[in-house]
Design a protein around this ligand. Structure first.
Ligand code: SF4
Ligand code: MG
Length: 317
């Protein structure tokens, strides 16, 4: 499946223009079809921006987004429309992203009707099918978003995305606003849909235990840069990058309550004026002279594992 499916990658340029904040700086990430990739980092690290660029909502000021091996920027209108539909975004706050004046049936059915995925005659059945898929009672489809609970509204948001038959979902803090009991249900829905529809996910979250639970691979960002990318189990067993180590040490684990929380010292610097060299050096317990002047590049440290830290170039003692 992987070879025929190609890959989706996004790259954004590293050149800074004075007045423009580049939230995402030289990030390059390939997401194989069928994988769940978790994208984590503190708020302001650029993960939402990255998700929006991947989903085509936010233009990349530089660099390219590839879909199935093809540069989206060089596609013709028809190809681009197809790629745009194939990548859908699920937002944190379903209420803010649902038009309050539209009935659920319109919210879900509008785009597929517009794009010719269904005609007027099949419209009702089509909407019912999608609502059934996300566990919403189709008999409620004449209602408006405010008549539903938070969890149901997120299901409406998911239904709207699924209605255009996407292959890839970018979920930006998609469960963060929900009650904990509802979060588990929505995560299970995402995982069921993955099985049933062969979906690929970019799952953006600040919640490391959720990411650990659902992701095949985890990408960690810090101030607009990817600092580590690794298979989930390997990363959680032995994080390489000092920022990843500090972040993972902060995860409260039910089975490791005795574990000391290692607070990351210092504030997150402003993305407007990130530290030179390694962005993490003012907070890094292992920083040395080179870190203050030279930017560490993301490179392979083991098969399928990448990290950006000068320590990986040091001869091991
Ligand atoms: Fe720390 Fe230097 Fe590695 Fe950056 S490059 S994470 S400052 S050791
Ligand atoms: Mg965000």
């Amino acid at each position: 499946r992987l070879d025929m499916a190609g890959r989706l990658a996004a790259r954004m340029g590293a050149n800074l223009r004075e007045e423009v904040v580049h939230a995402v700086d030289g990030v390059s990430l390939a997401i194989p079809a069928g994988e769940v990739v978790g994208l984590v980092g503190e708020s302001g690290c650029g993960k939402s921006t990255f998700g929006r660029v991947v989903a085509g909502i936010h233009p990349a000021t530089e660099g390219q987004v590839f879909y199935r091996g093809q540069d989206v920027g060089s596609m013709n209108a028809a190809e681009r429309a197809k790629a745009t539909l194939a990548v859908q975004m699920i937002f944190q706050d379903p209420f803010a992203s649902l038009n309050p004046r539209m009935r659920v049936s319109e919210i879900v059915g509008e785009a597929p009707l517009y794009h010719g995925l269904v005609d007027r005659a099949g419209y009702n059945d089509y909407v019912d099918d999608v609502l059934n898929r996300v566990g919403l009672d189709p008999t409620l489809k004449r209602r408006f978003p405010h008549q539903f609970s938070g969890g149901q509204r997120q299901r409406i948001g998911i239904a709207r995305a699924l209605a255009v038959k996407p292959e890839f979902l970018v979920c930006d803090e998609a469960i963060a606003a929900l009650d904990v009991s509802i979060q588990a249900q929505v995560i299970n829905l995402f995982m069921d849909l993955r099985e049933q529809l062969d979906l690929t996910y970019l799952f953006i979250s600040h919640d490391l235990s959720v990411v650990e639970h659902i992701s095949d691979r985890v990408v960690i960002m810090y101030l607009g840069r990817v600092v580590e990318s690794a298979p989930t189990e390997e990363l959680f067993r032995k994080p390489n990058h000092p920022y990843a180590q500090a972040l993972l040490a902060e995860v409260p684990r039910i089975d490791e309550r005795h574990k000391t929380f290692v607070a990351i010292k210092g504030e997150i610097p402003s993305p407007l004026d990130p530290p030179k060299g390694c962005h993490f050096h003012p907070r890094c317990p292992h920083a040395f002279d080179r870190c203050k002047v030279e930017r560490p590049v993301l490179r392979e440290i083991a098969p399928g594992r990448h990290a950006a830290c000068h320590l990986n170039d040091q001869p091991s003692v």
